[in-house]
Design a protein around this ligand. Sequence first.
Ligand SMILES: [Fe+2]
Ligand SMILES: [Fe+2]
Length: 467
Amino acid sequence: MIETIPNNVDLANDKRLQRALLHWQPGFLEWWREVGPAGFQEDRIYLRTAVGVSEGDWAVWDTVKMPDYRWGIFLARPRKEESIYFGDNIGGKLWDQVPGEFRKELRRLIVTQGDTEPASVEQQRLLGKCAPSLYDLRNLFQINVEEGRHLWAMVYLLHSYFGAAGREEAEELLERRSGHEDHPRILQAFNKPIGDWLAMFCFTMFTDRDGKFQLASLAESAFDPLARSTRFMLTEEAFHLSVGEAGISRVIRRTAELMAEGTDPHAVGAIPLEVIQKYITEWCSACYDLFGGEDSSNAASYFAAGLKGRYRESDSNIYPDHEALEEAYNLKVHVNGQWSTREIPMRRAMNACLLDAYLKDCHRALNKWNALLEQAGLPERLFLPSTRFNRHLGVFAGQTFDFEGNPVTQDEFDAGLHGWLPAAEDYKLVRESMVAVYEPGKMANWIAPPQRGVGGKPLDFEYVQFH
Ligand SMILES: [Fe+2]
Ligand SMILES: [Fe+2]
């Protein structure tokens, strides 16, 4: 089995890693069969597999059964920097081993990241049964197998650098379950099932995008194997994000098309624009919490130690000051009925900085979606919720703000909630639209076709060959 694992970490000559993986791999496959995609395990799927790290030809495309997918282990090529470039240890050599004093923190960061990867596979496991097209079904499975590989990437770090404690964590990554009462996944957003494809597109647009920014901040880490593992994960992650962004675009395009011709989308099994808005609000606002508190001592110590950097920290044009000791981050807060500005020392505001980078990216996508509405000649527009809306963590937790971020009373908030977030009847309506379409080239009625096929194949290619 070991010989078939694609890698660039010299696995063939690393007896210790071989032993650890031989022990772990059967459990992984068992996990995949138990809570990976429900059904479809015997079908042949047109999938890409990472086989190297050189730009342009890092992957091969093949028609394979998912349990036979070759999950590999890759480190991106070395960075151009050889020394630490932010925090307290600027100029020190990058670490190729884990420094004793940061063992616990690094392990926690890796386990928390690693836990989200299998969690998302579990959350998405039922979606194949109502895929809007073979193209989308294939994309779902591509994402699933690559999240599986991301779990491998984190397990590689745990096995190679964290001894017995790391091996134990690697086992536990296969034992926790999304939504399980007694042993749930670590982060709350990864414990709710993704019940329909609009939610799937919102998840890959917003939640996976949070993942992109978390990975990007780890990709700056002074711990070089972590930085290079996460850098390569971002290569695959780009596709997941594009599935989400383009998926929402396609739903909007279909709805806008119907509205423009005067047809009620709901009447023909498509999704009303206000329901799309509510889904966007639900998933986007849930992700704000994933960044952690805006004012955080943990964030400050991660930065000081060189464990996590800002988004594109290495770029000195963006960050002239990599120590971040002098500046402050200004956050508008509302305390005792008064607006004021809280000055957060920059290092303590690293989560807020990362959230800002995320929001900028989300707004870029939002502008594209609104351009679709404009092109259809419609006056309606979509919006992103304020970062103060519906928060359970951070500076705004425990306060009530409306969608735009204006302070409201608890009663006003409760009364408004129905208009902001999906209610039972909205979920029901979306679920009723979800019908499986498995004929090559055909699409469900609630979603527009993509511009083109994937992996060099036409849109009407048989991306999934049923057994
Ligand atoms: Fe991932
Ligand atoms: Fe992903």
